[in-house]
Design a binder for this molecule. Sequence first.
Ligand code: SF4
Length: 405
Amino acid sequence: MEETPQANRLHIAIFGRRNAGKSSLINALTNQDLAVVSEVAGTTTDPVYKRMELLPIGPVVMIDTAGIDDVGELGSLRVKKTKEVLSRTDLAILVIDPEVGIDNYEKELLAEIKEREIPVIGVVNKEDKVKEINIRELAKELKIKLLQVSAITREGIEGLKKEIALKAPEKFEKPHIIGDMINPQDIVILVVPIDLAAPKGRLILPQVQTLRDILDNDGQAVVVKEGELKGALDSLNKEPKLVVTDSQVFKEVTADVPENIMLTGFSILFARYKGDLEILTKGVKGLDDLEIGNRVLIAESCTHHRTADDIGKVKIPRWLRQMVGGELEFEHVSGREFPDDLDNYDLIVQCGGCMTNRKEILYRLNKADSLGIPIINYGMLIAHVHGILDRALEPFPLAKRIWKQ
Ligand code: SF4
Protein backbone atom coordinates (compact mmCIF):
# COMPACT_ATOMS: atom_id res chain seq x y z
CA MET A 1 0.00 0.00 0.00
CA GLU A 2 3.05 2.27 0.18
CA GLU A 3 3.47 2.77 -3.52
CA THR A 4 1.34 3.23 -6.63
CA PRO A 5 -0.38 -0.13 -7.27
CA GLN A 6 0.85 -1.98 -10.34
CA ALA A 7 -2.60 -1.73 -11.91
CA ASN A 8 -2.42 2.09 -11.90
CA ARG A 9 0.97 2.37 -13.58
CA LEU A 10 1.66 2.97 -17.26
CA HIS A 11 2.65 -0.41 -18.74
CA ILE A 12 5.58 -0.13 -21.17
CA ALA A 13 6.45 -3.36 -22.98
CA ILE A 14 9.76 -3.91 -24.77
CA PHE A 15 9.59 -6.20 -27.79
CA GLY A 16 12.21 -7.38 -30.27
CA ARG A 17 14.20 -10.38 -31.36
CA ARG A 18 16.40 -12.43 -29.10
CA ASN A 19 19.58 -10.56 -28.23
CA ALA A 20 18.35 -7.27 -29.72
CA GLY A 21 19.28 -5.71 -26.38
CA LYS A 22 15.83 -5.41 -24.78
CA SER A 23 17.00 -6.14 -21.24
CA SER A 24 19.99 -3.79 -21.49
CA LEU A 25 17.69 -1.08 -22.87
CA ILE A 26 15.51 -1.39 -19.72
CA ASN A 27 18.63 -1.08 -17.58
CA ALA A 28 19.76 1.99 -19.52
CA LEU A 29 16.32 3.62 -19.26
CA THR A 30 16.12 3.10 -15.53
CA ASN A 31 19.78 3.53 -14.75
CA GLN A 32 19.68 0.31 -12.79
CA ASP A 33 20.54 -3.32 -13.36
CA LEU A 34 16.97 -4.52 -13.08
CA ALA A 35 16.89 -6.83 -16.05
CA VAL A 36 19.33 -9.69 -16.40
CA VAL A 37 21.51 -9.08 -19.44
CA SER A 38 23.21 -11.95 -21.14
CA GLU A 39 25.20 -12.41 -24.31
CA VAL A 40 23.30 -15.63 -24.83
CA ALA A 41 20.25 -15.15 -27.06
CA GLY A 42 16.90 -16.02 -25.49
CA THR A 43 17.77 -15.33 -21.83
CA THR A 44 14.37 -13.75 -21.09
CA THR A 45 11.78 -16.51 -21.15
CA ASP A 46 8.47 -15.54 -19.55
CA PRO A 47 7.63 -11.81 -19.59
CA VAL A 48 9.22 -10.05 -16.59
CA TYR A 49 7.32 -7.20 -14.91
CA LYS A 50 9.30 -4.53 -13.07
CA ARG A 51 7.77 -1.59 -11.25
CA MET A 52 9.85 1.57 -11.36
CA GLU A 53 9.87 5.34 -11.46
CA LEU A 54 10.74 6.55 -14.93
CA LEU A 55 11.43 10.26 -14.98
CA PRO A 56 9.74 12.41 -16.23
CA ILE A 57 6.81 9.98 -16.70
CA GLY A 58 6.40 8.74 -13.12
CA PRO A 59 5.46 5.27 -11.88
CA VAL A 60 5.53 2.67 -14.64
CA VAL A 61 5.71 -1.08 -15.14
CA MET A 62 8.41 -2.16 -17.58
CA ILE A 63 7.71 -5.48 -19.27
CA ASP A 64 10.72 -7.35 -20.59
CA THR A 65 9.65 -9.99 -23.10
CA ALA A 66 11.14 -13.04 -24.77
CA GLY A 67 12.42 -12.71 -28.36
CA ILE A 68 9.74 -12.65 -31.05
CA ASP A 69 11.96 -14.94 -33.16
CA ASP A 70 12.26 -17.68 -30.55
CA VAL A 71 12.20 -21.16 -32.08
CA GLY A 72 11.15 -24.73 -31.25
CA GLU A 73 8.19 -25.88 -29.21
CA LEU A 74 9.26 -23.94 -26.10
CA GLY A 75 10.17 -20.96 -28.23
CA SER A 76 6.75 -20.67 -29.81
CA LEU A 77 5.21 -20.90 -26.35
CA ARG A 78 7.38 -17.95 -25.32
CA VAL A 79 6.39 -16.01 -28.42
CA LYS A 80 2.74 -16.65 -27.55
CA LYS A 81 3.32 -15.29 -24.03
CA THR A 82 5.14 -12.29 -25.49
CA LYS A 83 2.17 -11.52 -27.72
CA GLU A 84 -0.24 -11.93 -24.80
CA VAL A 85 1.56 -9.00 -23.17
CA LEU A 86 -0.01 -6.74 -25.81
CA SER A 87 -3.36 -7.03 -24.06
CA ARG A 88 -2.01 -5.00 -21.12
CA THR A 89 0.47 -2.77 -22.96
CA ASP A 90 -0.14 0.99 -22.87
CA LEU A 91 3.00 1.80 -24.86
CA ALA A 92 5.16 -0.56 -26.94
CA ILE A 93 8.86 -0.23 -27.73
CA LEU A 94 10.11 -2.31 -30.64
CA VAL A 95 13.87 -2.85 -30.42
CA ILE A 96 15.69 -3.56 -33.68
CA ASP A 97 19.11 -5.10 -33.84
CA PRO A 98 21.02 -3.35 -36.67
CA GLU A 99 23.20 -6.41 -37.12
CA VAL A 100 20.16 -8.48 -38.04
CA GLY A 101 17.76 -5.92 -39.54
CA ILE A 102 14.05 -6.63 -39.88
CA ASP A 103 11.91 -9.40 -41.25
CA ASN A 104 8.36 -10.70 -40.92
CA TYR A 105 8.78 -10.99 -37.13
CA GLU A 106 8.88 -7.22 -36.72
CA LYS A 107 6.27 -6.57 -39.40
CA GLU A 108 3.72 -9.00 -37.97
CA LEU A 109 4.21 -7.71 -34.45
CA LEU A 110 3.84 -4.11 -35.63
CA ALA A 111 0.66 -4.99 -37.50
CA GLU A 112 -0.77 -6.45 -34.30
CA ILE A 113 0.33 -3.42 -32.26
CA LYS A 114 -1.32 -1.09 -34.76
CA GLU A 115 -4.48 -3.15 -34.89
CA ARG A 116 -4.79 -2.74 -31.13
CA GLU A 117 -4.08 0.99 -31.46
CA ILE A 118 -1.14 0.84 -29.05
CA PRO A 119 1.32 3.73 -29.44
CA VAL A 120 4.70 2.38 -30.53
CA ILE A 121 8.27 3.65 -30.58
CA GLY A 122 10.89 1.99 -32.78
CA VAL A 123 14.39 1.85 -31.38
CA VAL A 124 17.56 0.82 -33.17
CA ASN A 125 19.82 -0.39 -30.39
CA LYS A 126 23.59 -0.86 -30.53
CA GLU A 127 24.26 2.53 -32.10
CA ASP A 128 27.88 1.53 -32.68
CA LYS A 129 26.61 -1.02 -35.24
CA VAL A 130 24.05 1.32 -36.74
CA LYS A 131 26.05 2.08 -39.88
CA GLU A 132 25.36 -1.47 -40.98
CA ILE A 133 21.80 -0.54 -41.95
CA ASN A 134 19.97 2.36 -43.56
CA ILE A 135 17.75 3.76 -40.78
CA ARG A 136 15.67 5.94 -43.11
CA GLU A 137 14.86 3.03 -45.39
CA LEU A 138 13.99 0.89 -42.39
CA ALA A 139 11.68 3.53 -40.92
CA LYS A 140 9.95 3.87 -44.29
CA GLU A 141 9.46 0.14 -44.55
CA LEU A 142 8.08 -0.20 -41.02
CA LYS A 143 6.14 3.08 -41.23
CA ILE A 144 7.25 4.16 -37.76
CA LYS A 145 9.71 6.68 -36.41
CA LEU A 146 13.00 5.07 -35.40
CA LEU A 147 15.30 6.39 -32.70
CA GLN A 148 18.95 5.40 -32.49
CA VAL A 149 20.23 4.54 -29.06
CA SER A 150 23.01 2.64 -27.41
CA ALA A 151 22.12 0.86 -24.22
CA ILE A 152 25.87 0.47 -23.59
CA THR A 153 27.06 4.08 -23.97
CA ARG A 154 23.55 5.45 -23.07
CA GLU A 155 23.66 7.58 -26.20
CA GLY A 156 20.12 8.59 -27.21
CA ILE A 157 18.52 7.31 -23.98
CA GLU A 158 17.38 10.78 -22.84
CA GLY A 159 15.77 11.33 -26.27
CA LEU A 160 13.97 8.00 -25.92
CA LYS A 161 12.63 9.00 -22.49
CA LYS A 162 11.27 12.22 -23.98
CA GLU A 163 9.63 10.25 -26.78
CA ILE A 164 8.05 7.91 -24.21
CA ALA A 165 6.65 10.91 -22.32
CA LEU A 166 5.31 12.30 -25.60
CA LYS A 167 3.74 9.06 -26.80
CA ALA A 168 2.41 7.80 -23.46
CA PRO A 169 -1.40 7.82 -23.63
CA GLU A 170 -2.68 10.45 -21.26
CA LYS A 171 -5.68 8.48 -20.13
CA PHE A 172 -4.42 4.96 -19.68
CA GLU A 173 -6.69 4.63 -16.69
CA LYS A 174 -10.10 6.14 -16.12
CA PRO A 175 -9.51 9.15 -13.89
CA HIS A 176 -12.18 8.60 -11.25
CA ILE A 177 -13.49 5.71 -9.25
CA ILE A 178 -16.15 7.81 -7.56
CA GLY A 179 -14.83 11.40 -7.62
CA ASP A 180 -16.96 12.44 -10.61
CA MET A 181 -20.12 11.32 -8.80
CA ILE A 182 -19.72 13.49 -5.71
CA ASN A 183 -19.34 17.15 -4.82
CA PRO A 184 -17.12 18.58 -2.07
CA GLN A 185 -18.54 17.88 1.42
CA ASP A 186 -20.77 15.08 0.15
CA ILE A 187 -20.88 12.12 2.52
CA VAL A 188 -20.20 8.64 1.16
CA ILE A 189 -20.68 5.56 3.35
CA LEU A 190 -18.44 2.63 2.54
CA VAL A 191 -19.64 -0.74 3.81
CA VAL A 192 -16.72 -3.07 4.40
CA PRO A 193 -17.38 -6.55 5.83
CA ILE A 194 -14.62 -7.84 8.06
CA ASP A 195 -15.17 -11.57 7.58
CA LEU A 196 -12.93 -14.59 7.14
CA ALA A 197 -12.11 -13.56 3.58
CA ALA A 198 -10.87 -10.11 4.69
CA PRO A 199 -7.06 -9.85 4.86
CA LYS A 200 -5.62 -9.53 8.35
CA GLY A 201 -5.06 -6.00 9.59
CA ARG A 202 -5.81 -4.09 6.43
CA LEU A 203 -8.45 -3.16 3.87
CA ILE A 204 -8.36 -4.48 0.32
CA LEU A 205 -7.16 -2.37 -2.59
CA PRO A 206 -10.55 -1.36 -4.11
CA GLN A 207 -11.71 -0.13 -0.67
CA VAL A 208 -8.51 1.87 -0.10
CA GLN A 209 -8.60 3.35 -3.61
CA THR A 210 -12.26 4.37 -3.31
CA LEU A 211 -11.54 5.99 0.05
CA ARG A 212 -8.61 7.88 -1.46
CA ASP A 213 -10.69 9.07 -4.42
CA ILE A 214 -13.36 10.43 -2.04
CA LEU A 215 -10.69 12.33 -0.10
CA ASP A 216 -9.03 13.58 -3.30
CA ASN A 217 -12.38 15.06 -4.31
CA ASP A 218 -13.05 16.71 -0.93
CA GLY A 219 -15.83 14.32 -0.02
CA GLN A 220 -16.39 12.89 3.46
CA ALA A 221 -16.07 9.15 3.93
CA VAL A 222 -17.68 7.06 6.65
CA VAL A 223 -16.42 3.46 6.76
CA VAL A 224 -18.54 0.85 8.56
CA LYS A 225 -19.12 -2.89 8.73
CA GLU A 226 -22.55 -4.01 7.48
CA GLY A 227 -23.84 -4.42 11.05
CA GLU A 228 -23.05 -0.77 11.87
CA LEU A 229 -24.64 0.73 8.76
CA LYS A 230 -28.06 1.42 10.25
CA GLY A 231 -26.50 3.14 13.28
CA ALA A 232 -24.28 5.23 11.02
CA LEU A 233 -27.25 6.33 8.88
CA ASP A 234 -29.21 7.30 12.01
CA SER A 235 -26.33 9.25 13.52
CA LEU A 236 -25.60 11.41 10.47
CA ASN A 237 -27.21 14.84 10.46
CA LYS A 238 -27.03 14.95 6.66
CA GLU A 239 -28.08 12.27 4.16
CA PRO A 240 -25.18 10.53 2.44
CA LYS A 241 -24.91 11.10 -1.30
CA LEU A 242 -24.08 7.48 -1.89
CA VAL A 243 -23.59 4.18 -0.09
CA VAL A 244 -21.01 1.82 -1.56
CA THR A 245 -20.95 -1.75 -0.36
CA ASP A 246 -18.98 -4.91 -0.82
CA SER A 247 -20.99 -7.06 -3.23
CA GLN A 248 -21.17 -10.02 -0.87
CA VAL A 249 -23.38 -8.15 1.60
CA PHE A 250 -25.37 -6.26 -1.04
CA LYS A 251 -28.63 -7.92 -0.06
CA GLU A 252 -28.37 -7.08 3.67
CA VAL A 253 -27.22 -3.53 2.92
CA THR A 254 -30.08 -2.91 0.46
CA ALA A 255 -32.55 -3.56 3.24
CA ASP A 256 -30.93 -0.87 5.43
CA VAL A 257 -30.49 1.92 2.87
CA PRO A 258 -33.66 3.97 2.17
CA GLU A 259 -34.75 4.06 -1.51
CA ASN A 260 -33.96 7.79 -1.83
CA ILE A 261 -30.27 7.22 -1.12
CA MET A 262 -28.17 5.92 -4.02
CA LEU A 263 -26.57 2.57 -3.42
CA THR A 264 -24.01 0.71 -5.46
CA GLY A 265 -21.17 -1.78 -5.04
CA PHE A 266 -17.37 -1.49 -5.10
CA SER A 267 -17.32 -3.99 -7.93
CA ILE A 268 -19.74 -1.91 -9.98
CA LEU A 269 -17.62 1.22 -9.40
CA PHE A 270 -14.61 -0.80 -10.49
CA ALA A 271 -16.44 -2.29 -13.47
CA ARG A 272 -16.68 1.30 -14.71
CA TYR A 273 -13.21 2.41 -13.57
CA LYS A 274 -11.44 -0.67 -14.86
CA GLY A 275 -13.51 -1.54 -17.86
CA ASP A 276 -16.78 -0.75 -19.53
CA LEU A 277 -19.95 -0.76 -17.50
CA GLU A 278 -22.10 -0.75 -20.63
CA ILE A 279 -20.56 -3.95 -22.10
CA LEU A 280 -20.91 -5.62 -18.72
CA THR A 281 -24.53 -4.53 -18.45
CA LYS A 282 -25.22 -6.06 -21.87
CA GLY A 283 -23.49 -9.19 -20.59
CA VAL A 284 -26.00 -9.61 -17.80
CA LYS A 285 -28.58 -10.60 -20.39
CA GLY A 286 -26.36 -13.60 -21.20
CA LEU A 287 -26.93 -14.77 -17.67
CA ASP A 288 -30.63 -15.02 -18.24
CA ASP A 289 -30.08 -16.98 -21.48
CA LEU A 290 -27.82 -19.54 -19.80
CA GLU A 291 -29.02 -23.14 -20.15
CA ILE A 292 -28.15 -26.48 -18.57
CA GLY A 293 -24.92 -27.86 -20.02
CA ASN A 294 -23.58 -24.48 -21.20
CA ARG A 295 -19.90 -23.63 -20.83
CA VAL A 296 -18.87 -20.84 -18.48
CA LEU A 297 -15.39 -19.35 -18.22
CA ILE A 298 -14.47 -17.82 -14.86
CA ALA A 299 -11.44 -15.53 -15.21
CA GLU A 300 -9.65 -14.20 -12.12
CA SER A 301 -6.83 -11.73 -12.63
CA CYS A 302 -4.68 -12.95 -9.74
CA THR A 303 -3.96 -16.15 -7.87
CA HIS A 304 -5.24 -15.07 -4.44
CA HIS A 305 -5.53 -17.28 -1.38
CA ARG A 306 -8.75 -19.30 -1.65
CA THR A 307 -11.17 -19.79 1.22
CA ALA A 308 -13.51 -22.78 1.65
CA ASP A 309 -16.43 -20.76 0.26
CA ASP A 310 -14.37 -19.10 -2.47
CA ILE A 311 -16.36 -16.77 -4.68
CA GLY A 312 -14.95 -17.88 -8.05
CA LYS A 313 -14.61 -21.59 -7.34
CA VAL A 314 -17.61 -22.23 -5.12
CA LYS A 315 -20.19 -19.45 -4.79
CA ILE A 316 -20.55 -18.33 -8.41
CA PRO A 317 -20.78 -21.90 -9.81
CA ARG A 318 -23.39 -22.67 -7.14
CA TRP A 319 -25.50 -19.59 -7.95
CA LEU A 320 -25.34 -20.26 -11.68
CA ARG A 321 -26.33 -23.91 -11.26
CA GLN A 322 -29.26 -22.80 -9.14
CA MET A 323 -30.27 -20.23 -11.76
CA VAL A 324 -30.38 -22.73 -14.64
CA GLY A 325 -31.63 -25.57 -12.46
CA GLY A 326 -28.93 -28.04 -13.46
CA GLU A 327 -25.28 -28.68 -14.27
CA LEU A 328 -23.02 -26.32 -16.17
CA GLU A 329 -19.50 -26.82 -17.45
CA PHE A 330 -17.03 -24.50 -15.71
CA GLU A 331 -13.51 -23.60 -16.73
CA HIS A 332 -11.28 -21.42 -14.53
CA VAL A 333 -8.29 -19.31 -15.51
CA SER A 334 -6.28 -17.06 -13.22
CA GLY A 335 -3.56 -14.46 -13.37
CA ARG A 336 -2.59 -13.40 -16.87
CA GLU A 337 -4.07 -16.45 -18.59
CA PHE A 338 -7.00 -15.79 -20.91
CA PRO A 339 -7.97 -18.17 -23.73
CA ASP A 340 -7.36 -17.09 -27.32
CA ASP A 341 -10.43 -18.89 -28.50
CA LEU A 342 -13.58 -17.68 -26.75
CA ASP A 343 -16.05 -19.21 -29.20
CA ASN A 344 -16.62 -22.24 -27.02
CA TYR A 345 -18.05 -20.29 -24.10
CA ASP A 346 -21.64 -19.24 -23.54
CA LEU A 347 -20.75 -16.84 -20.74
CA ILE A 348 -17.57 -15.28 -19.36
CA VAL A 349 -17.41 -14.15 -15.75
CA GLN A 350 -14.49 -11.82 -15.04
CA CYS A 351 -13.38 -10.88 -11.50
CA GLY A 352 -13.13 -7.24 -10.44
CA GLY A 353 -9.57 -7.10 -11.80
CA CYS A 354 -8.19 -5.01 -8.93
CA MET A 355 -4.70 -6.41 -9.50
CA THR A 356 -4.52 -5.74 -13.22
CA ASN A 357 -4.68 -2.65 -15.40
CA ARG A 358 -7.63 -1.17 -17.26
CA LYS A 359 -6.12 -1.99 -20.62
CA GLU A 360 -6.21 -5.71 -19.93
CA ILE A 361 -9.78 -5.75 -18.65
CA LEU A 362 -10.93 -3.64 -21.61
CA TYR A 363 -9.15 -6.01 -23.96
CA ARG A 364 -11.03 -8.97 -22.49
CA LEU A 365 -14.37 -7.16 -22.54
CA ASN A 366 -13.97 -5.91 -26.10
CA LYS A 367 -12.77 -9.28 -27.36
CA ALA A 368 -15.79 -11.08 -25.89
CA ASP A 369 -18.21 -8.34 -26.93
CA SER A 370 -16.94 -8.33 -30.54
CA LEU A 371 -17.63 -12.09 -30.72
CA GLY A 372 -21.07 -11.63 -29.22
CA ILE A 373 -20.18 -13.63 -26.11
CA PRO A 374 -21.74 -12.19 -22.97
CA ILE A 375 -19.18 -11.10 -20.39
CA ILE A 376 -20.02 -9.99 -16.87
CA ASN A 377 -18.06 -9.27 -13.71
CA TYR A 378 -18.45 -10.66 -10.19
CA GLY A 379 -20.19 -7.63 -8.75
CA MET A 380 -22.82 -7.41 -11.44
CA LEU A 381 -23.43 -11.13 -11.33
CA ILE A 382 -23.93 -11.04 -7.57
CA ALA A 383 -26.20 -8.01 -7.81
CA HIS A 384 -28.27 -9.69 -10.53
CA VAL A 385 -28.49 -13.05 -8.76
CA HIS A 386 -29.77 -11.24 -5.67
CA GLY A 387 -32.20 -9.14 -7.72
CA ILE A 388 -30.62 -5.81 -6.81
CA LEU A 389 -28.81 -4.86 -10.03
CA ASP A 390 -31.56 -2.44 -10.88
CA ARG A 391 -30.79 -0.46 -7.75
CA ALA A 392 -27.00 -0.81 -8.00
CA LEU A 393 -27.09 0.74 -11.50
CA GLU A 394 -29.14 3.74 -10.36
CA PRO A 395 -26.11 6.08 -10.20
CA PHE A 396 -25.14 5.24 -13.82
CA PRO A 397 -27.86 6.47 -16.25
CA LEU A 398 -26.45 4.98 -19.50
CA ALA A 399 -25.91 1.53 -18.03
CA LYS A 400 -29.31 1.74 -16.40
CA ARG A 401 -30.90 2.54 -19.80
CA ILE A 402 -29.18 -0.46 -21.41
CA TRP A 403 -30.39 -2.63 -18.54
CA LYS A 404 -33.94 -1.40 -18.90
CA GLN A 405 -33.96 -2.02 -22.66
S1 SF4 B 1 -9.36 -12.32 -8.15
FE1 SF4 B 1 -9.62 -10.36 -9.25
S2 SF4 B 1 -10.86 -9.06 -7.93
FE2 SF4 B 1 -10.10 -10.78 -6.68
S3 SF4 B 1 -8.25 -9.97 -5.74
FE3 SF4 B 1 -7.62 -11.01 -7.64
S4 SF4 B 1 -7.61 -9.39 -9.22
FE4 SF4 B 1 -8.75 -8.59 -7.45
